[in-house]
Write a protein that binds this ligand. Structure first.
Ligand SMILES: *[C@@H]1O[C@H](CO)[C@@H](O)[C@H](O)[C@H]1NC(C)=O
Ligand SMILES: *[C@@H]1O[C@H](CO)[C@@H](O)[C@H](O)[C@H]1NC(C)=O
Ligand SMILES: *[C@@H]1O[C@H](CO)[C@@H](O)[C@H](O)[C@H]1NC(C)=O
Ligand SMILES: *[C@@H]1O[C@H](CO)[C@@H](O)[C@H](O)[C@H]1NC(C)=O
Ligand SMILES: *[C@@H]1O[C@H](CO)[C@@H](O)[C@H](O)[C@H]1NC(C)=O
Ligand SMILES: *[C@@H]1O[C@H](CO)[C@@H](O)[C@H](O)[C@H]1NC(C)=O
Ligand SMILES: *[C@@H]1O[C@H](CO)[C@@H](O)[C@H](O)[C@H]1NC(C)=O
Ligand SMILES: *[C@@H]1O[C@H](CO)[C@@H](O)[C@H](O)[C@H]1NC(C)=O
Ligand SMILES: *[C@@H]1O[C@H](CO)[C@@H](O)[C@H](O)[C@H]1NC(C)=O
Ligand SMILES: *[C@@H]1O[C@H](CO)[C@@H](O)[C@H](O)[C@H]1NC(C)=O
Length: 307
C-alpha cells in the first residue's frame, strides 16, 4: 500500500502533537497537499516524515501563533510543481498571510475554497502559472489588505465583488489576461494605496469614480486597451506619486488638474492618442522628475520645463 508510510507518519504525528501541541489538522492538510505535488521543490528537506522530531512550526516557511496554530505560510521561489486543488484551505482558520509566489510550475486554477481563509490579510500568488478566472469568493476575505495575483494567465473580468473589499490597501492584478472594463465600483476601495491592473486586455474608460481613491499613491494601468479621456477628477487624488497610463488608446487632453497633484513624481502617458497642447503648468510641480509623453497626437511643443 503506497499510502501506508503516510498513515504511519500521521499516527506518529498524533503522538507528537500532544507532545508539541501543534494543530494536527493543519499538519495533515499540509502533508496531504505536499504529497499531491509532482515535485515538492524546496519543501523536499522540510515538511517530511523524516522531520517528525521537529516542531512543524519550525518547518520552512511556517509561522505559528502561541497556540501553535499556523498563521503564515511562505512558499516562495520554491520550484514546487503541482496545483492548489488538494490544498485544504478550511484547515487553516488562523492563517493571516499566504505567500506563494514565483513558482513557475504552480499551475491550475485558484480554488473557490480560498474564500474560507477568513483571517487572511495578505494573499500573494504572483508569478506562478495560474489560469482561469479570479474566484468571486475572494471577496469573502474581508480582512484582506493586500491582494497580489500578478504575473499569471488569469482570464475573465475583474469580479465586481472584489470591489467591495474596502480594507484593501493594494490590489495588484497586473500581467494577466484579464478583460472587461474597470467597474465604477472601484471607488469603493477607498483605502487603496496601490492599484496595478497593467498588462491586461482591460478596455473602456477609466471611471471617474476613481477619484474616491484618495489614498492612492501608485496607479498602474499601462498596457491595456483603455479608451476615452483621462478623467478630470484625477486631480482630486492628492496623494498620487506615480501615474502610468502608457500604451493604451486614451484620447483628448491631458487634464490640467494633473498639474495640481502635489506629490506627483512620475507621469507616463506615452503611446496613447492624446491630443491638444501639453499644459506647461506640469512644470510647476517641483516633485515631478519623470515624464513621458511620446507617441501621442499633441500639437506644438511637447516639452515641459521641470522646476
Ligand atoms: C527538517 O527541517 C528543517 C527546517 O525546515 C531543515 O533545515 C532540516 O534539514 C530538515 N531535517 C531533515 C532530517 O530533513
Ligand atoms: C487559532 O488560534 C487560537 C489562538 O489565537 C487558538 O485558540 C485556536 O485553537 C486556533 N485554531 C486552530 C484551529 O488551531
Ligand atoms: C479539510 O479540512 C477540514 C477541516 O480540517 C475537514 O473537515 C475536511 O474534511 C477536509 N477536507 C478534505 C477534502 O480533506
Ligand atoms: C462566502 O460568503 C457567502 C455569504 O457571506 C457564503 O454563502 C459563502 O459560502 C462563502 N464562501 C466561501 C468560500 O467562504
Ligand atoms: C494570454 O494572452 C497571451 C497573449 O495574447 C496568449 O498567448 C495566451 O494564450 C493567453 N492565455 C490564456 C490562458 O488565455
Ligand atoms: C457589495 O456589498 C454590498 C453591501 O454589503 C452588497 O449589497 C452588494 O451586493 C455587494 N456587491 C457585490 C458585487 O458583492
Ligand atoms: C474633483 O474634481 C472635479 C474636477 O476637477 C471638481 O469639479 C470637483 O470639485 C472635485 N471634487 C472634490 C471633492 O474635490
Ligand atoms: C505628500 O508627501 C509628503 C511627504 O512624503 C507627505 O507628508 C504628504 O502627506 C503627501 N501628501 C500631500 C497631499 O502632500
Ligand atoms: C482630440 O481628439 C478628440 C477625440 O478624438 C477630438 O474630438 C478633438 O477634436 C481632438 N482635438 C484636437 C485639438 O485635435
Ligand atoms: C504655474 O507657475 C506660473 C509661474 O510661476 C504661474 O503663473 C501659474 O499660475 C502657475 N500655474 C498653476 C496652475 O499653478
Amino acid at each position: 500500500m503506497p499510502s501506508s508510510p503516510l498513515l504511519f507518519f500521521l499516527l506518529l504525528l498524533c503522538f507528537f502533537c500532544t507532545q508539541l501541541s501543534c494543530t494536527e489538522t493543519e499538519v495533515q492538510a499540509l502533508l496531504a497537499w505536499r504529497s499531491s505535488l509532482k515535485d515538492p521543490g524546496c519543501l523536499t528537506q522540510s515538511w517530511t516524515s523524516n522531520n517528525i522530531s521537529t516542531d512543524p512550526c519550525q518547518w520552512d516557511g511556517i509561522k505559528c501563533n502561541e497556540a501553535e496554530s499556523i498563521t503564515s505560510l511562505s512558499i516562495v521561489f520554491c520550484q514546487i510543481d503541482g496545483t492548489l486543488d488538494k490544498f485544504n484551505f478550511s484547515s487553516f482558520p488562523n492563517l493571516t498571510e499566504l505567500w506563494m509566489d514565483h513558482n513557475e510550475n504552480l499551475h491550475g486554477g485558484i480554488p473557490k475554497e480560498i474564500g474560507t481563509l477568513h483571517n487572511l490579510q495578505y494573499l500573494c500568488l504572483s508569478f506562478n502559472n495560474l489560469v482561469g478566472e479570479i474566484p468571486v469568493t475572494i471577496s469573502n476575505l474581508s480582512n484582506l489588505e493586500e491582494l497580489d495575483l500578478s504575473g499569471n494567465h488569469l482570464t475573465g473580468a475583474i469580479p465586481s465583488a472584489i470591489l467591495n473589499m474596502s480594507g484593501l490597501h493594494s490590489l495588484i492584478l497586473g500581467s494577466n489576461n484579464l478583460t472587461g472594463q474597470i467597474p465604477k465600483t472601484i471607488g469603493n476601495l477607498f483605502n487603496l494605496e496601490e492599484l496595478d491592473l497593467s498588462g491586461n486586455y482591460i478596455n473602456g474608460a477609466i471611471p471617474r469614480e476613481i477619484e474616491h481613491l484618495n489614498k492612492l499613491t501608485r496607479l498602474y494601468l499601462y498596457e491595456n486597451e483603455l479608451s476615452g479621456q483621462i478623467p478630470l477628477e484625477i486631480g482630486n487624488m492628492t496623494e498620487l506619486q506615480i501615474v502610468d497610463l502608457a500604451d493604451n488608446k486614451l484620447q483628448g487632453n491631458i487634464p490640467a488638474t494633473i498639474a495640481q497633484l502635489p506629490n506627483l513624481s512620475a507621469l507616463d502617458l506615452e503611446n496613447n492618442q492624446l491630443n491638444g497642447t501639453v499644459t506647461p503648468y506640469l512644470g510647476n510641480n517641483s516633485n515631478l522628475v519623470e515624464i513621458s509623453l511620446s507617441n501621442n497626437d499633441f500639437v506644438g511643443m511637447t516639452y515641459v520645463i521641470l522646476a
